[in-house]
Design a protein around this ligand. Structure first.
Ligand code: DOR
Ligand code: ZN
Length: 321
């Protein structure tokens, strides 16, 4: 099975040794990825953007990093300067997840920024969660998505890592809303995390939810919904930090083998989800690259540097060549 130019629309690579450890697993499967900016300090200015992009390029080949910057109250001049070199700006509500302390405290504060982004055609990427009860956080955020979609009708807004069925309905109601879906929200539920022995390696934000949520997400992905795109949210943490409670699933090594099983030979829909929808929705132009999967048993790695991958040691029916 050959996939054309897979793109991961949501990826955490970190920096330094961690980046060098994890990046081979992405470039082996993806032609491009949208790179998240929640580093310490965040990627929120030209200098940081350039040095981070250089670090990624120095450690990759045949791979296009599509860079995001971290939302803050940018000036018009800053946005004009950044526009050509970024894919989107990532909005984290303050304190909602890993390294988001410097995030947005009140959405109104960034309305001037959103106004300019809309004019310049810079997409907005959103971590959509409130501070409410953990299982309700995404659903409660729906009103914010709706307000943003209404107030900025020409701004393309990406609801990242959708884990709640209710959010998917918004795709039909608002032309300018899009969604990314992760491997873990597509294939797991809260039972996998906490139904038996606690599995901290499946703990992430937003938390994986109910069987009904999973089924709804699967339904949208299986029908090849145009506005639904793959974004892994692969987010490596050392085992030590995972055991201290850090949120994030390091799914990168197993993505295409797991999705190949999920799509059961429906390559056409697989191709849309993994690349075409994103390229068409966002006019992404990156060098094309073919990735081949063969039907041969493959075992997911047990450990990558200091990180335990999702489904470490699990056997898959497909292998990436
Ligand atoms: O689980 C998560 N991990 N969710 C996020 O939003 C951030 C990510 C990370 O950076 O570790
Ligand atoms: Zn993320």
């Amino acid at each position: 099975m050959i996939l054309n130019t897979p793109i991961d629309m949501h990826l955490h690579l970190r920096e330094g040794k961690m980046l060098r450890d994890v990046i081979p697993y992405t470039i082996n499967q993806f032609a491009a990825a949208v790179i998240m900016p929640n580093l310490v300090p965040p990627v929120d200015n030209r200098q940081r953007l350039e040095s981070y992009k250089e670090e990624i390029l120095a450690n990759s080949e045949n791979f296009t990093p599509l860079m995001n910057v971290f939302m803050r109250e940018y000036t018009e001049d800053e946005l004009l300067d950044l526009a050509e070199d970024i894919f989107a700006i990532k909005l984290y509500p303050a304190g909602i997840t890993t390294n988001s302390e410097g995030g947005v405290k009140s959405i109104e504060n960034i309305y001037p920024v959103l106004e300019i982004m809309q004019e310049l055609g810079i997409p907005l990427s959103v971590h959509g969660e409130t501070n409410g009860f953990v299982l309700d956080r995404e659903r409660e955020f729906a009103v914010v998505y709706e307000k943003l979609a209404r107030d900025f009708p020409k701004l393309k807004i990406i609801m990242e890592h959708v884990g709640t069925a209710d959010l998917l309905g918004l795709l039909e109601e608002y032309e300018n809303l899009y969604a990314t879906v992760t491997l873990h929200h597509l294939l797991l539920t809260l039972d996998d995390l906490a139904g038996g022995m606690l599995n901290p390696h499946f703990f992430c934000k937003p938390i994986i939810k109910t069987p009904a949520d999973k089924l709804k997400i699967q339904e949208y992905v299986k029908k090849g919904h145009k506005k639904v795109m793959f974004g892994s949210d692969s987010a490596p943490h050392t085992i030590k930090n995972k055991l201290k409670g850090a949120a994030g699933v390091f799914s990168a090594p197993v993505i295409l083998p797991a999705l190949a099983e999920f799509f059961e030979g429906d390559i056409e829909t697989f191709q849309k989800f993994i690349s075409d929808n994103a390229r068409e929705n966002f006019n992404i132009e990156v060098p094309e690259r073919k990735i081949e999967l063969i039907e041969e048993e493959w075992t997911a790695p047990y450990i990558v540097g200091e990180v335990k991958p999702m489904w470490a040691g699990k056997k898959f029916r497909y292998k990436v060549l």
